[in-house]
Write a protein that binds this ligand. Structure first.
Ligand SMILES: [Zn+2]
Length: 238
């Protein structure tokens, strides 16, 4: 009986420490400590983000993006601002079908394209029915005009730890550029636990937004870009 009780206590303690650990990561200097709690962040050989360079020219299958649903909520989890979706939002590539789970942002961009860092990068996180992850990344460049979709999305940004309803009629499609040419490579989550086996699709054509829009997001999120990681044996195709 005592043994059983202490086992319960032990697992409770383990649960508590896991929760504490999960909240315990950040950017900037604290980025250097991710691997202490999340080994893959340090040991992985296929980590994201990367500087996309020397891409191999191939005949890639087109991305079939059928995001017909809507954005329903905006949440601020303290690491990023995230848009949640409902309805039918599918990504089909090479015969694999993924469902869009959420869209979130990084200021400045995490991936670089030929050494160039953009002020903003959006990640469209898609998951298939086996739990495999495919991320579509879209760069935003500062332009002269405001981006209408971003304007609608960022009208009200929740404060850290809060979620708000989003009632505008905005499809995830509205955040994508019309051109869908892409770079493809294998990588990881760019946040702990840095899980690998993520298929990355970085769109070659950036979107444009105003400097004010990027700054508004940056004010809320701060610098939430993981530094670029070694490419190692990976091949980037386009
Ligand atoms: Zn991301």
């Amino acid at each position: 009986m005592i043994k059983k009780a202490s086992l319960v206590l032990l697992s409770l303690l383990a649960g508590v420490s896991l929760t504490a650990q999960a909240a315990d990561w950040g950017y900037g200097k604290s980025n250097e400590h991710w691997a202490e709690s999340y080994p893959m962040c340090g040991l992985g050989k296929n980590q994201s983000p990367i500087n996309i360079t020397s891409a191999l020219q191939t005949n890639l299958a087109p991305l079939r993006i059928k995001y017909d649903g809507k954005i329903t909520d905006i949440t601020n989890n303290g690491h990023t601002v995230e848009a949640l979706v409902s309805g039918d939002n599918k990504l089909i590539v090479d015969g694999d079908t993924y469902t869009l789970k959420q869209i979130h942002f990084h200021t400045p961009s995490e991936n670089l394209i030929n050494g160039k860092q953009y002020p903003l990068e959006a990640h469209f996180v898609n998951v298939d029915d086996k739990g495999n992850i495919a991320v579509i990344a879209v760069m935003f460049e500062n332009g002269l005009r405001e981006n209408n979709a971003l304007n609608s999305l960022l009208k009200n940004i929740p404060t850290k730890g809060n979620t708000i309803d989003f009632t505008d009629d905005l499809s995830p499609n509205n955040l994508l550029p019309r051109e869908r040419e892409y770079y493809q490579f294998n990588g990881s989550l760019t946040t702990p636990p840095c899980t690998e086996g993520v298929r990355w699709f970085v769109l070659e054509t950036p979107q444009y937004s105003s400097k004010d829009q990027t700054e508004k997001l940056h004010q809320v999120m701060g610098n939430n870009n993981r530094p670029v990681q070694p490419i190692n044996a990976r091949i980037i195709v386009e």
